[in-house]
Design a binder for this molecule. Structure first.
Ligand code: SF4
Length: 448
């Protein structure tokens, strides 16, 4: 008699989560052990070497090599040897083989990523296989639910002059604004009523805005709604970050934009990369959940620079990551430059999922500025987070980092994107996956 399929489905889901942080051979050992324990199925995994095979993991044999018996091919050279199917029925066998093929491909590819050169090679390799593996990895680390964050662009005033950004202070074509606390609260109330449980307060890097302003907004949000608050207001003194943390802020998004110090210096005139990294360090010390990332396809950026950005992001031990293509913005020195490549941006997201593992990864809104369904495609190759723009239209039209279509990020449109993919929408705050895992494992949440 076949076991209930639902039991087996449950096993697949649990095993997927279990193998997520493991290496290639550890994953296969985990699967084999679990199959034996729960279903009395005895399987081995081996690598084919001509007419012989080399044992990788499994329940029965611990011999280093064995003569090639009957087997099921999982990939070109990895095979499954079944000594006993135990309690598994035909339908379950089929599902198991499909699942194992995905696990083997994912873990093999993950194993290949070790440094900038290997990331660069994967970025230029077989796209279909990469995107499929990243989607499988996303399900393993994050499950099927997508987190929708509600962004409120509360001010477009900026004291910097980044060459690519429409908010740069020298752009005199932009009418500047800062929303009042009341306007921000009204906007948040509508978002909360529609299910938003994370608000992202975003602005330019405004040197003249006192930290007390944002602190009062954070306090009011925390008092009125049971939500997480993410800030994205640029590089500030550590004192400002401390004031906001004490007011109740949970997370901070500060993209490093590019990990190349020379490129950064050219792009963000007047700023240096090290200041941004020091700011990230201050935020880490204050125990914010940290998000960062880079822009893909900036003028004079090489593929090696892009690969370096992904490896660099890994070193930051992020809770959230965001990689999006460069979009030329009118009234900036880069207005006539070529935009970033959407296909490359999707491959970057995919590699980031494989390398960074248990982080939230955003489907950047800049993708939709360059290609229809850009964000939808990102959610199919590693991303698990998407931003809905809650900013009232009269202000969001003035938040011109780059040109974007009216309504393309409305909550209605974002919900459609997620539903179209058949994913569910997460109902919780969507805090750091890493911190959750650390707590579950009984480890301290602070990073060392
Ligand atoms: S990228 Fe940020 S800091 Fe630079 S001009 Fe734009 S808003 Fe200001």
């Amino acid at each position: 008699m076949e076991r209930e399929t639902s039991d087996f489905e449950k096993w697949l889901k649990e095993t997927l989560k279990e193998v997520a942080p493991s290496s290639f051979s550890e994953s296969l050992a985990t699967v084999a052990h679990s199959l034996y324990r729960l279903f009395s199925a005895r399987v081995r995994f081996a690598e084919m070497l001509g007419r012989r095979c080399s044992f990788i993991a499994g329940e029965v044999s611990d011999e280093p090599t064995c003569t090639l018996p009957d087997y099921i091919q999982l990939t070109e050279n990895i095979i499954l040897i079944v000594d006993a199917w135990g309690k598994l029925g035909n339908e379950e066998k089929e599902k198991l083989i499909k699942f194992l093929k995905e696990v083997v491909k994912w873990k093999r590819l993950q194993q290949e990523i070790s440094d900038v050169a290997s990331v660069e090679k994967i970025l230029s390799g077989d796209e279909d296989s990469l995107l499929r593996c990243a989607d499988f990895a996303r399900r393993a680390y994050c499950g099927d639910a997508v987190h929708i964050r509600g962004i409120i662009e509360y001010s477009n005033i900026c004291s910097r002059n980044c060459l690519y950004c429409g908010l740069r202070k020298d752009n005199k074509n932009l009418k500047r604004y800062t929303m009042t606390v009341e306007e921000i609260l009204d906007t948040a109330a509508q978002g909360f009523d529609n299910g938003i449980r994370t608000f992202v307060l975003q602005s330019g890097e405004n040197d003249s805005e006192p930290p007390e302003f944002l602190a009062s907004v954070i306090k009011a949000l925390k008092k009125n709604f049971d939500v997480a608050v993410t800030l994205s207001a640029g590089v500030k003194r550590a004192e400002a970050y401390r004031i906001w943390k004490e007011a109740g802020a949970d997370r901070y998004l500060l993209k490093f934009e590019t990990s190349s110090p020379s490129l950064f210096k050219r792009l963000c005139s007047g700023s240096v990369l090290q200041n941004r990294l020091s700011a990230l360090e201050s935020l880490r010390q204050l125990e914010y959940q940290i998000g960062s990332g880079s822009i893909i396809g900036l003028p004079n950026q090489t593929l090696s620079d892009v690969a370096q950005d992904i490896v660099f992001a890994k070193g930051l031990d992020l809770d959230m990551a965001a990689f999006g293509p460069f979009v030329p913005s009118p009234h900036t020195p880069f207005a006539k430059c070529h935009p970033g490549d959407v296909a490359l941006s999707l491959r970057v997201i995919a590699v980031a999922r494989l390398l960074l593992g248990d982080v939230h990864i955003a489907a950047a809104s800049s993708l939709d500025a360059l290609a229809p369904n850009g964000r939808q495609r990102a959610l199919s190759c590693g991303a698990n987070v998407i931003m809905a723009n809650l900013t009232p239209e009269s202000y969001s039209n003035l938040y011109g980092i780059y040109p974007r279509q009216n309504g393309s990020s409305s909550l209605k449109r974002i919900t459609e994107i997620v539903s179209h993919l058949g994913y569910s929408i997460a109902s919780d705050r969507g805090d750091s996956i890493k911190q959750f895992r650390r707590r579950k494992n009984g480890k301290v949440t602070q990073r060392s």
